[in-house]
Design a protein around this ligand. Structure first.
Ligand code: NAI
Ligand code: 13P
Length: 321
């Protein structure tokens, strides 16, 4: 086995399917033994990615030890679970090529996935795979382009070659901060875009929100060392556009429910919710103004109502663009 995907959610499963179609022997780890057994038997992941067939060269298991021979390991667990997951399995994972496939900022530490990996597994080579891509699209084999960020240029080139397929195009950068911050912060703006949609504020308001959202994403990311071209690329602007304009996005749909005052399934992964709060804390420490993100955090925390949030954003002092 050359590639192991740890985490059998929608994204991990879709990546396993895409890489297996490319001819690689792929291992897919699920934390729940029953779920792993069901996937191995049905050759589908009905729980997280219904409709996608697992190619025969995908091996599913709940035993992490089954995947230790893999040369590349993709980490597709939710952001707020990544730190604990790595600490639980550091013995098996340290020293390996570890590619984060999650988007967000860890609430407890204020760190992104690459720094979380570096702290938990200091001998590993960390990288991140991020960008505009719905799991269902990847699993269907639709054309997709992503950013692969790795500070080590040779490792980055090797990963780009290994993880690209004819329909999954990876663009490479050494700017891990830019790639992970773009992916993390766009989910927060997508929640806000969903609120605009759910509250019936119109497409013009959404365009304004996305543009000002991109401005504050950039402000925070640059202060944390990101490069402008990364923010303007697939992992930043590209994913912002996708997530703010598609009802396939869970962050967008969560925002729509908030905006419309409707309930939302609490078991759904909505990375932007915790990241809004984490980003607000990080930005607050650095005295960086990210008003939309702070308002999303306040809305998610139940500290303001939608009309109050809209009023607060619209009554900010007029300033230069
Ligand atoms: N679904 C999508 O279209 C895309 C998702 N992503 C990112 O992928 C990451 C994972 O999201 P999805 O796969 O969509 O989530 P999901 O909700 O489909 O699945 C989450 C998976 O994580 C597992 N999990 C939960 N807690 C865990 C723990 N403590 N240890 C190990 N595994 C645990 C669950 O069992 C489940 O299989 C997120 O950061 C998301 O932003 C990125 C691009 C596309
Ligand atoms: O990150 C994604 C698309 O690039 C998936 O978005 P959601 O997590 O909002 O569904």
């Amino acid at each position: 086995m050359t590639i192991a995907v740890l985490g059998a959610g929608a994204f991990g499963t879709a990546l396993a399917v895409a890489l297996a179609r490319n001819g690689d022997a792929v291992g897919l780890w699920a934390r729940d033994a029953g779920h792993a057994a069901a996937m191995q038997a049905t050759r589908r992941n009905d729980r997280r990615l219904p409709g996608a067939e697992l190619p025969q060269n995908v091996t599913v298991s709940a035993e992490i030890a089954d995947f230790l021979a893999a040369s590349t390991i993709l980490l597709a667990v939710p952001m707020q679970r990544l730190d604990a997951f790595l600490h639980d399995h550091a013995g098996a994972l340290d020293g390996r090529m570890l590619v984060a496939c999650c988007k967000g900022i860890d609430l407890a530490s204020g760190r992104g996935p690459v720094a979380i990996i570096a702290a938990a597994c200091p001998k590993a080579t960390p990288a991140i795979l991020t960008g505009p891509s719905f799991a269902a699209d990847i699993a269907r084999g639709l054309p997709t382009a992503l950013t692969l960020a790795c500070a080590d240029p040779r490792a980055g080139e090797a990963l780009q070659a290994e993880l690209s397929t004819p329909v999954l195009r990876l663009y490479r950068t050494e700017d891990t901060a830019g790639a992970e911050l773009g992916g993390a912060l766009k989910n927060v703006i997508a929640i806000a875009a969903g609120v605009v949609s759910g509250a019936g504020l119109g497409d013009s308001a959404r365009a304004a929100l996305m543009t000002r959202g991109f401005a504050e994403m950039s402000r925070l990311a640059f202060a944390l060392g990101a490069r402008p071209e990364t923010l303007a690329g697939l992992s930043g602007f590209g994913d912002l556009v996708l997530t703010c304009t598609s009802a396939q996005s869970r962050n967008f749909r969560f925002g729509q429910a908030l905006g419309a005052g409707e309930p939302f399934d609490t078991t759904t992964t909505v990375e932007g919710a915790a990241t809004a709060e984490a980003a607000s804390v990080v930005a607050g420490r650095m005295a960086i103004d990210i008003p939309i993100t702070r308002m999303v955090a306040a809305l998610v925390g139940g500290h303001v109502s939608v009309p109050q949030a809209v009023e607060a954003l619209l009554s900010r002092p007029l300033k230069k663009e």
